[in-house]
Design a protein around this ligand. Structure first.
Ligand code: SF4
Length: 310
């Protein structure tokens, strides 16, 4: 089936099933184009909490689909390919969070939304790369257990007076680990007028060479607002598609062409079509676990919503 025919069938199924398609910024361009909403983890969580649809098809990795399911217990949440599982989320099982709590009983637990529901159920509050320092600052505790991304923990530590303890010690995203200071330095030398924007999951040495460090949706805002005409982007390459599409008069260069998240790219138009057609790959979170994990996300949405309103 060609792309035009797949698009036609997906649109028809969406209408018939009362479905909304949510896609992360790292999705393939053809999926971004059929999505009702594209965003980073925080955007997707916010949008899924208020979307008026009976069925949500989440084109992202497992923890994003779980988040949508947690926030919408009365809706059906599907994922095109259930093998889209974030390896970083798997680095922090619930047992590791419980152990860390035992060692640091006075600390609050802040978990990146890139965690499984079982870990979120052990957290005091969730955060995303768009709001981590703001979430940490909103807590009363001075010591914060923060996981699973060590680089986001470092980024957050630089923006708060609290004591951040990364859990696990070396949690990381393999895609953002690919960037090196040498890649960035070379591109800066070649394009001295280029603004360097990187994700806080990149190593500290890479972050230190950037003009801006932010989540993917914040990259979009920065690119729109910036007077610069050229940008060097340090995140998964799918983000470049959206940046180029929405800023046709500006030039965007990947800091590394091979920065591809294989898990995000598991979804294809064909799988979107099949999931909608057969209502398959439903995301289930056991109700008791869901109730506990939902609290951490709702507290984050409340806190970041409050900050947006203030
Ligand atoms: S880009 Fe990194 S953090 Fe995001 S889903 Fe892929 S592996 Fe996980």
């Amino acid at each position: 089936m060609d792309i035009a025919e797949l698009n036609r069938r997906i649109a028809e199924l969406k209408e018939r099933r009362g479905a909304a398609i949510l896609a992360h910024n790292y999705q393939r361009p053809e999926i971004q184009l059929i999505a009702d909403y594209i965003g980073d983890s925080l955007d997707l969580a916010r949008y899924s909490a208020k979307v008026d649809a009976d069925l949500i098809l989440l084109c992202g990795v497992n923890f994003m689909a779980e988040t949508a399911a947690l926030l919408n217990p009365d809706k059906t949440v599907l994922i095109p390919d259930p093998r889209a599982r974030c390896p970083m989320a798997a680095q922090l099982p619930a047992s590791a969070v419980r152990e860390a709590r035992k060692k640091h009983p006075q600390a609050a637990v802040v978990l990146y939304v890139n965690t499984l529901a079982e870990a979120k159920a052990e957290a005091d509050i969730a955060c995303t790369s768009a709001n981590a320092p703001q979430v940490v600052d909103g807590l009363d505790e001075e010591k914060i257990l923060f996981g699973p991304d060590r680089n986001l923990a470092w980024f957050t530590q630089r923006r708060t007076d609290k004591t951040i303890v990364p859990i696990p010690e070396n949690g990381h995203c393999y895609v953002h680990k690919m960037f090196t200071p040498a890649d960035i330095a070379l591109l800066k030398e070649k394009y001295p007028d280029g603004e360097v924007i990187v994700h806080p999951e990149c190593d500290p040495e890479v972050q230190q060479l950037a003009t801006h460090i932010c989540s993917t949706s914040q990259m979009l805002l920065r690119a729109r607002a910036s007077p610069a005409k050229r940008f060097i982007i340090g995140t998964e390459v799918g983000m470049l598609e959206r940046l180029r599409r929405e800023n046709p008069d500006k030039e965007f260069m990947p800091a590394l062409n091979s920065a591809i998240c294989e898990q995000m790219k598991k979804h294809t138009l064909q799988k979107v079509y099949l999931a909608l057609r057969d209502r398959k790959n439903e995301v289930h979170v056991p109700p008791k676990l869901a109730d506990r994990a939902r609290g951490a996300i709702e507290r984050m949405l409340e806190l970041s919503g409050r900050a947006t309103r203030d």
